[in-house]
Design a protein around this ligand. Structure first.
Ligand code: CP
Ligand code: NVA
Length: 310
């Protein structure tokens, strides 16, 4: 039976029920099919999404804006530099004001608490378009993409190699919710947040998933169904870039590492990639890579999220 998600915020996959995740994935499939068939579908006619960006974006901005257009609505790009938010207006007042004009707010920012606060004071749904802690829309799209390629999610082994960052955290939450075996392989000192690890293990205990934190990528990739990587220095960490290149040097996803994995393994990256750092050209452009399918599916999955919540 359909779950009513109208008015619901999308801040973390941890907050969603298994039924809600399933519903997002099923709706994404329907919307993708409609778009491929050229069918017009305008459930958000007359509605407006505000998109607040405090960090750069290619995929998130374009896929939300195009998605809103395809659903019959309108999307408004709000650069934080131009909002009174950057001149000291509070998140709470911003939320109260924007709620009077908009039907939904998407926000990409640094501090995760800002998204939580925005949702608390907003009367319209708030969608997390990435924080320093989480990137739920990306991982919901990734779950959809994995399901397209592998038919199901339950029991699959996903190895994430690299920084214990927002992507690692959302993959742990997503995998835990869907019964996957998630292994995070990070160098010492760059492991995921302990509280996210604890919460994802709580979810895992209900779904049959497992969450492990390891440090040897060579051992981990041998039995992987999915190998995932992300940049070593996320947005806001530019100052640490040089130092991180040294810390992560043996965590590069290259042909030598990929050869140790299974023949049908898929390689994923949320993009943007720093080619030659966390992943080589050979791997990202190679036959196992599905990175541009991932990028495309942001459109279909976010349309599902908006159609269900707004
Ligand atoms: N993957 C992703 O969120 O890309 P952008 O930073 O380009 O939005
Ligand atoms: N971890 C990366 C993801 C970009 C989509 C960052 O936060 O910059």
């Amino acid at each position: 039976m359909a779950v009513n998600m109208k008015g619901k915020d999308l801040i973390s996959i941890h907050d969603l029920s298994r039924e809600e995740v399933d519903q997002i994935l099923e709706t994404s499939q329907i919307l993708k099919m409609k778009q491929k068939l050229g069918e017009q579908y305008h459930p958000l006619k007359g509605k407006t999404l505000g998109m607040i960006f405090q960090k750069s974006s290619t995929r998130t901005r374009v896929s939300f804006e195009v998605g809103m257009f395809q659903l019959g609505g309108h999307a408004l790009f709000l650069s934080a530099n131009d909002l009174q938010l950057n001149r000291g207006e509070t998140i709470a007042d911003t939320a109260r004001n924007l709620s009077r004009y908009l039907d939904g707010i998407m926000i990409r920012t640094f501090d995760h608490q800002d998204v939580v606060d925005l949702a608390e004071y907003s009367s319209v749904p708030v969608i997390n378009g990435l924080t320093d802690l989480l990137h739920p829309c990306q991982v919901l799209s990734d779950l959809f993409t994995i399901k397209e390629k592998k038919q199901n999610l339950e029991g699959l082994k996903l190895i994430y190699i690299g920084d214990g960052n927002n992507m690692a955290h959302s993959l742990m939450f997503g995998g835990a919710k869907m019964g996957m075996h998630v292994v995070i392989c990070s160098p010492s000192g760059f492991e995921p947040d302990p509280e996210i690890t604890r919460l994802s293990r709580v979810d895992a205990s209900k779904s049959g998933a497992t969450i492990s934190i390891e440090d040897d990528p060579v051992e981990a990739v041998k039995t992987a169904d999915v190998i995932y990587t992300d940049v070593w220095a996320s947005m806001g960490m530019e100052d640490e870039h040089e130092e991180r290149l040294r810390s992560f040097a043996s965590y590069q996803l290259n042909s030598e590492l990929l050869e140790k994995s299974k023949e049908d393994v898929i390689v994923m990256h949320c993009l943007p990639a720093h080619r030659g750092e966390e992943i080589t050209d050979e791997v990202i452009d190679g036959p196992h890579s599905i990175v541009f399918d991932q990028a495309e599916n942001r459109l279909h999955v976010q349309k599902a999220i908006m159609a269900l919540t707004m």
